[in-house]
Design a protein around this ligand. Structure first.
Ligand SMILES: C[S@@+](CC[C@H](N)C(=O)[O-])C[C@H]1O[C@@H](n2cnc3c(N)ncnc32)[C@H](O)[C@@H]1O
Length: 226
């Protein structure tokens, strides 16, 4: 009998399997770097691409933003919707959409577009999605892309990013500031790069050992007139 080699999961199937591993995958807490960047901004319309279970979206909504979160995983989106139902009325306005960003289209323009840890341990149309995301900005709008620049460096042999475990067993594909700017393909006209840096943060591994992890942060601003 012919034996069939099992192909690793990709795309929607990968993410459904990933979210199916536990009742909640992410901490639900906003990343401190993201919070620091967004705190001074006046609230408006925000779009969180690859929003997962909605941690960043709820933080934005609690600060008065009208937020749309989009994710390919129906499971993640259902969890986000369930959280929204349990939140009080003053938590702002959030809407969650289950869709593949490779094909999702929406005519609305946003004052803020965020992508937090939009990684996967397999090839996908990341650059195309980032490029399309630029086009969703309203005049004067900002885009904030936060990505993994390193794996956690821990004293322990087995370590794990508790706050954001991105990408499952194989680990995420890492980026640099330069590769991220190339991926975004920022046009020379019409956008200003406000920040393109690497920041370090401390995380705690499951064994309690401290670990350092690097995040790549890119912040862009669309021109006031298109
Ligand atoms: C590493 S997780 C990050 C989740 C969340 N932003 C966070 O910081 O915790 C990446 C997310 O992107 C979503 N994703 C990956 N490819 C996608 C696609 N093509 N369209 C929509 N969402 C996608 C996954 O389902 C997953 O929730």
């Amino acid at each position: 009998m012919e034996s069939q080699t099992e192909q690793p999961l990709q795309g929607k199937e990968f993410w459904e399997e990933h979210y199916g591993q536990a009742e909640r995958i992410w901490s639900g807490k906003v990343n401190p770097t993201l919070a620091e960047i967004l705190e001074p901004l006046p609230a408006g319309r925000a779009l969180d691409l690859g929003c997962g279970e909605g941690g960043d979206a709820f933080w934005l909504a609690s600060r008065g933003w009208q937020v749309t979160g989009v994710d390919i995983s129906q499971t993640a989106i259902e969890r986000a919707r369930e959280t929204a139902r349990h939140l009080s009325a003053d938590s702002g306005s959030v809407q969650f959409i289950a869709a593949d960003l490779e094909t999702w289209s929406d005519e609305r323009r946003f004052d803020l577009v965020t992508l937090s840890f939009f990684h996967a341990p397999f090839e996908f149309q990341r650059n195309a999605i980032l490029g399309k995301a630029l086009g969703r900005l309203a005049p004067g709008g900002r885009m904030v892309v936060l990505s993994h620049g390193s794996h956690p460096v821990s004293q322990a042999a087995a370590h794990h990013d508790h706050d954001h475990d991105h990408g499952g067993q194989q680990g995420p594909n890492l980026v640099t500031v330069d590769s991220e700017l190339r991926s975004l393909g920022v046009p020379a006209d019409g956008f200003q790069i406000l920040q393109a840096t690497t920041v370090q943060r401390m995380i705690t591994g499951p064994d309690g050992h401290p670990a350092t992890i690097e995040d790549v942060v890119v912040v862009l601003r669309a021109a006031d007139r298109p």
